[in-house]
Design a binder for this molecule. Structure first.
Ligand SMILES: [Zn+2]
Ligand SMILES: [Zn+2]
Length: 78
């Protein structure tokens, strides 16, 4: 997943803030968070951080997704 840490706007490398887990592009002055898409409906899934493991839930398909059946992307914070 490391190859995803590239600014979708300018292509520069994003700097991860280890305390918030957010990604920052200093060139664009934008902040991104990692989000996930359902492989079936291509809608954003909810990321549920359970103790120790991360789970993903698609509200559209109404099912729990495994890490293998989602696609990560960087979403701009507004
Ligand atoms: Zn940028
Ligand atoms: Zn879905």
């Amino acid at each position: 997943m490391d190859n995803l840490n590239i600014c979708p706007v300018c292509g520069n490398e994003l700097i991860k803030n280890s305390s918030t887990g957010k990604y920052r592009c200093e060139t664009c002055d934008k902040t991104f968070t990692k989000a996930a898409l359902c492989d079936k409906c291509k809608k954003e899934v909810e990321i549920l951080a359970a103790c120790g493991s991360t789970q993903f839930f698609c509200n559209h398909c109404n099912e729990l997704k495994s890490k293998k059946s989602i696609e990560f992307f960087l979403k701009e914070e507004v």
